[in-house]
Design a protein. Structure first.
Length: 282
């Protein structure tokens, strides 16, 4: 593994939820590729009215999905965190890009189904992009909290909320996402920074969502070497894998380039891309 790849592992693990970002522009530009949602491709099953969900465990804790069943066929779920914290509005107004329309356009061209874990604050900043993603049958949108504050501490320097605030955070995020007109919204949740404990899982259980983590860290957070990111993903993917990547240009500027390498190579190896909802169906 190269030194750059090792660095990607460290950054990707610590910043899987993108605790901090820098650089870009805030205009909500759907762009040509975002303006027209794709028709349902053969690689993505039609969206169902009731996506699968996992009931809380016997201890009253929300279930956590880290990968598909070990007996899974050669399927892999690419997931992308659309991160923006509640206090980053001034940075967006100053020109920082928290979106990545080029990445979404690439996924459409390659006909790759994906799940986007979106913060409510991101949806408010880029409502037309959120609506475009959430009305395209290729994609589904899941919850990444409203504020992108930590649900337990320590969590890579993120501000921390109390367990009594968790329900409101989840509901506010779903509300902000649905307000954009997004329809393909699923009952899944990803913890900011990937940080959680029993108290946060117990509070999350009341929201009737499945917590979704990952088994493959792409290392794309703050990476500048697309080859190293692609290598890390390709080295880690196994049948049923769940890959965490980012849809935030300022924090993950080479993600689209890495995806452009990962997709054809995994297809060459016989893999099929699925959304998290299909991975859960087995």
């Amino acid at each position: 593994m190269t030194a750059v790849t090792v660095l990607g592992v460290v950054l990707g693990s610590a910043l899987a939820g993108c605790a901090s970002t820098t650089g870009g522009s805030s205009a909500d530009r759907p762009a040509a590729a975002l303006a027209a949602p794709s028709k349902a491709p053969s690689s993505a099953p039609p969206a169902t009215a009731e996506p699968p969900n996992m009931a809380p465990g016997p201890a009253g804790l929300a279930r956590v999905l880290e990968r598909g069943p070990k007996s899974a066929d050669k399927v892999v779920a690419l997931t992308f965190d659309a991160d923006m914290t509640a206090d980053e509005g001034p940075r967006a107004a100053g020109g920082e890009h928290f979106d990545n329309p080029e990445l979404i356009a690439l996924l459409r061209r390659l006909k790759v189904p994906a799940t986007v874990f979106m913060t409510g604050r991101w949806a408010e900043e880029y409502p037309s992009q959120a609506r475009s993603i959430g009305t395209d049958p290729l994609f589904e949108i899941a919850n990444h909290s409203y504020s992108h504050y930590a649900f337990t501490s320590p969590c890579y320097g993120l501000p921390t909320m109390g367990s009594d605030e968790i329900g409101g955070e989840v509901e506010r995020a779903f509300g902000a996402i649905r307000k954009t007109g997004a329809r393909n919204v699923v009952p899944y949740f990803r913890f900011p920074g990937g940080c959680y404990d029993d108290a946060s899982l117990r509070a999350l259980a009341a929201e009737k969502v499945t917590a979704v983590q990952w088994d493959v860290v792409s290392g794309d957070a703050f990476a500048t070497d697309a080859d190293a990111v692609a290598e890390q993903v390709l080295d880690g993917v196994k049948p049923g894998s769940l890959v965490v990547m980012h849809c935030t240009r300022s924090a993950a500027p080479v993600t689209d380039q890495a995806v452009g390498q990962v997709v054809p190579e995994l297809r060459k190896r016989g893999y099929r891309f699925v959304r998290v909802s299909e991975l859960m169906r087995g």
